[in-house]
Design a protein around this ligand. Structure first.
Ligand code: PTJ
Length: 259
């Protein structure tokens, strides 16, 4: 029998968290964010963001609901159809799913670009190093030689051959006007956010209302499953995805779901 009370609040290695702990995913997530802050990858505000996410995840039942799985399959199809897909990485994403983002990028031939709200050269470097330690070969976002029009904060800084030139962008864990500005540039956006009412999922072509820890490996699994699919099949998946229904279903689950 596991004595759950023995799980220390400040475990040093995530292997110390028992996988059968009823709050395993939440403890793992908190631990990764805390580590990220200690390594200079995650901003302190990232802890608040994580707290918000964790509350929504609790209400969702901490599982990938069927509409999120459909969104993850549609996201995989979009990424496979894209000519220049880019996955955007902030301090929370880098702390939570660095290896998983590298795997997804490999599976769909996407670029990885660091893009920060609280941008400093130190954090950009730390995140790029962290991604390289997890297998990334080419990390964008360091040049920042282009701007997203009509956006007056640090998130506007992008690479000319990265997000600026991308046709499909994965935008995880940020609520804000960048999603609207990217939409205005004509990009197809795939947003991962546990809050369906947040602005980013509201403007996304594919809103994924799921914990990024579950979402990214599932998009990769769908991409591998669809790797040999014909273009027509991928287009059918993309076209039959109903973004409004996905948002409504997630909101209903959060408001009325049984815990
Ligand atoms: O690293 P930086 O400097 O770019 O800053 C990044 C943060 C996350 C601090 C910044 O983007 C921020 O403050 O974000 P918000 O406005 O708190 O939005 C984060 C969104 O992500 C919220 O809607 C949360 O519900 C959601 N979220 C948090 N954790 C997760 C999540 N969604 C999916 N999975 C999670 N684990």
């Amino acid at each position: 029998m596991t004595d759950y009370d023995t799980v220390s609040a400040d475990v040093e290695h995530e292997e110390e968290i028992p996988e059968d702990h009823p709050r395993y995913q939440d403890l793992l997530t908190r631990h990764r964010i805390e580590n990220g802050v200690e390594k200079g990858i995650t901003h302190l505000q990232g802890m608040h963001a994580e707290g918000r996410g964790s509350a929504f995840d609790y209400l969702l039942g901490e599982e990938t609901i069927p509409s999120a799985d459909e969104a993850e399959r549609a996201a995989a199809a979009h990424l496979l159809l894209a000519e220049r897909p880019v996955l955007s990485i902030n301090g929370n994403v880098a702390a939570l799913v660095p290896g998983e983002m590298v795997e997804l990028a490999d599976a769909v031939g996407a670029g990885l670009e660091v893009n920060l709200f609280n941008r400093t050269p130190e954090r950009i470097e730390a995140i790029a190093d962290h991604l390289r330690e997890h297998g990334a070969e080419d990390v964008k976002g360091l040049e920042a030689d282009a701007r997203i029009p009509n956006l007056d904060h640090q998130r506007a800084k992008v690479d000319a051959d990265g997000i600026h030139a991308a046709d499909v962008v994965v935008v995880p864990l940020e609520d804000g006007d960048r999603a609207e500005a990217l939409e205005a540039m004509g990009k197809t956006e795939i947003v991962i956010d546990l809050n369906p009412l947040s602005r980013s999922p509201q403007v996304a072509e594919v809103p994924i209302v799921d914990n990024i820890i579950r979402a990214v490996p599932n998009v990769t699994a769908h991409a591998r499953d669809l790797a040999g699919a014909k273009e027509a099949e991928l287009r059918t998946i993309v076209e039959s995805f109903d973004r409004e229904a996905a948002l409504e279903t997630a909101e209903r689950r959060i408001r009325d779901g049984e815990l």
